[in-house]
Write a protein that binds this ligand. Structure first.
Ligand code: ADP
Ligand code: MG
Length: 255
């Protein structure tokens, strides 16, 4: 039985040069939880996701994914930075979906979904193709397997991007404003796919401005501002009864 959190941050700090961006983040994400992260632009949400996904190295504190330190190996009291190959292995377990879909433009939808299992894991193409077909079906795009990204709407491209992340069978999915770049009428289909993933028990951290999604699907919600966690709790409680002025002010702008 898995008893440790899927993600645990203890006093996480991150600076870029003199710019202190994350100023001591403490939080825990339980397995199978949908953990929503909200906050103003520039508050450090993307930076935090990038630290979890080994794209940035933290400067102080401890960050764990599935019980293991991110970026370091601990021996006694000492920390050793992981080598590139070790980082690459750990990153396989984390799926990330960005605001911009970042599909490979010269590959069809199904080729995009097959790419990482074949290239990174060395999986047989037939196996990768069968899984990619299942995943495209799951995101409602079974009929678009042979389309190139340019032949798909933004919402369809984002659903391919989700399928592509799922193809590596991650234990954790990170979503960084996955619907912010979409025309409003395309947002619902993407959120429905995410809702389905949540129902299947995927552990997800979702940075979003979709408060309806956070309220209906989220198990936990954190409001971040200026590199600190200002307030956290059950989404219904935080959204309907925020305790801090900064949370109230932010919510009055987005709700
Ligand atoms: P959010 O996702 O909440 O909008 P970000 O994490 O993207 O916030 O950015 C937080 C702050 O960190 C911003 O001021 C941004 O300019 C700065 N920042 C992010 N990445 C870098 C970087 N690689 N180098 C320097 N500054 C950065
Ligand atoms: Mg961001």
């Amino acid at each position: 039985m898995n008893t440790h959190p899927m993600v645990k941050a203890q006093g996480v700090h991150k600076s870029f040069g003199a710019a202190h961006i994350l100023k001591g983040i403490d939080l825990e994400v339980a397995p199978r939880e949908v953990f929503c992260l909200i906050g103003p632009s520039g508050s450090g949400k993307s930076t935090f996701l990038r630290c979890i996904n080994h794209l940035e190295q933290i400067n102080a504190g401890r960050l764990y994914v599935d019980g293991e330190l991110v970026g370091y190996r601990q021996k006694g009291d000492k920390l050793y930075e992981l080598k590139a190959g070790e980082v690459a292995l750990k990153r396989r377990d984390i799926g990330m979906v960005f605001q911009r879909f970042n599909l490979f433009p010269h590959m069809t939808a199904i080729e995009n979904v097959m790419e990482a299992p074949v290239q990174v894991k060395g999986e047989a193409k037939a196996v990768a193709r069968a899984r990619a077909e299942r995943l495209l079906d799951r995101v409602g795009l079974a009929g678009k397997a042979k389309n190139y990204p340019s032949q798909l709407s933004g919402g369809q491209q984002q659903r391919v991007a989700i399928a592509r992340a799922l193809a590596m069978e991650p234990k954790l999915m990170l979503f960084d404003e996955p619907t912010s770049a979409l025309d409003p009428e395309l947002v619902g289909d993407v959120l429905d796919v995410m809702r389905g993933l949540a129902e299947d028990g995927m552990t997800m951290i979702v940075v979003t401005h979709e408060m309806g999604f956070a309220r209906e699907v989220g198990d936990a919600l954190v409001f971040m501002d200026d590199g600190v966690v200002v307030e956290s709790g059950h989404p219904r409680d935080v959204l309907t009864n925020p305790q801090h002025d900064r949370t109230k002010s932010f919510l009055s702008k987005v709700l």
